[in-house]
Design a protein around this ligand. Structure first.
Ligand code: HEM
Length: 299
């Protein structure tokens, strides 16, 4: 971990830079409200940051952000200042803010402050020195803030990063293996369904026409769903998304087959009504899931 002294050396931040930033203090004070307005207009223009702002104490937050802005021009850049910057990264991680938005909003702050200098200083040389000092202090801020951000995120590790990444990789491979076994099992079951279909057709030739045709139709329906199921699994293996609708479809088809057989068996009315009722419920579930998928394609 670097000290403020290290940081000043690495960024070639001189005592003259301190003087220049201090000289900007009255201008910053004058434009503090404008800074705050533009900063929050920007944050409210993005859905991700708006969400965080809406769940925070807005007056307290803007006081903290304004205070940070004014400290840029306070002329005191010691280890105490560095601790303050370190805390910011921790606070942002706690708030669930991605470091990406800190970088992006820092860009806005940079543009705002440099524009302020351009508007108020006519001397080219003076403007260049002031701009350089501002660039340095903002980059130093971003440096410390993002380092402490990473440190805070690292703390989220449970045992050790190496062990955890090994475990995650091993589990991923295991799941992939299971999926592969599932596809093979599905292929095996599909073959059995083909045998069932042939068996049903044989019934037709044996003279049991009605039973043969209805059972064959049921087996065909199942075969069709097996194809869909395998297709879905293969897509899943190739990294596609899992489609729950196919599974509901399979159960629906199995129910339809059961109803066909139940009619042939002349089951009592209660059994048939139970099967029909289950089919109706499954139909409603299928409809609702497909509706949800249309509205939220990620479901
Ligand atoms: C230039 C970039 C930014 C700077 C310099 C900055 C500065 C700060 C500072 C100084 C604090 C107080 C830390 C403490 O002492 O506890 C803070 C906290 C916070 N900031 Fe930022 N911030 C920046 C960007 C953002 C962005 C983009 C958001 C998005 C909404 C945000 C939301 C917050 C929240 C929620 C807190 C925590 C408040 C709490 O602890 O309750 N900040 N920030």
């Amino acid at each position: 971990m670097f000290t403020m002294q290290n940081l000043r050396e690495h960024y070639r931040f001189t005592d003259e830079d301190t003087e220049r930033l201090l000289s900007l203090q009255p201008l910053a004070e004058e434009n503090l409200e404008r800074f705050s307005r533009e900063f929050y207009d920007y944050l409210y223009s993005l859905p991700e940051t708006t969400k965080i702002l809406n769940s925070s104490n807005r007056p307290r937050l803007s006081e903290m952000h304004n205070n940070w802005f004014m400290l840029l021009f306070a002329g005191i850049y010691d280890n105490h200042y560095m601790n303050h910057l370190t805390r910011i990264g921790h606070a942002h991680v706690r708030a669930g803010l991605s470091v990406h938005f800190v970088n992006a909003s820092m860009n806005q702050v940079r543009r705002f402050t440099l524009a302020l200098i351009d508007e108020n200083y006519s001397d080219r040389e003076e403007r260049r020195f002031l701009r350089e000092a501002v660039e340095k202090i903002l980059d130093m801020n971003l440096d410390v803030m993002s380092t402490s951000y990473r440190e805070e995120e690292m703390k989220k590790v449970f045992v050790s990063r190496k062990v955890e990444s090994f475990l995650i990789k091993a589990t991923e491979r295991f799941t992939y293996g299971l999926n592969l076994a599932l596809v093979l099992a599905l292929a095996g079951v599909s073959l059995s369904v083909v045998t069932l279909f042939v068996w049903d057709i044989l019934h037709i030739f044996k003279g049991d026409m009605e039973k043969g045709i209805l059972s064959a139709l049921g087996s065909l329906l199942i075969l069709w769903m097996m194809i869909e199921l395998m297709d879905n699994e293969i897509k899943n293996l190739k990294g596609g998304k899992f489609n729950i609708l196919v599974f509901i479809g399979v159960i629906i088809v199995a129910m339809i087959r059961e109803i066909l057989i139940s009619t042939l068996r002349h089951d009592d009315l209660t059994t048939q009504a139970f099967l029909a009722g289950t089919l109706l419920i499954l139909g409603v579930v299928y409809y609702l899931v497909s509706l949800a998928q249309k509205e939220h394609p990620k479901v």
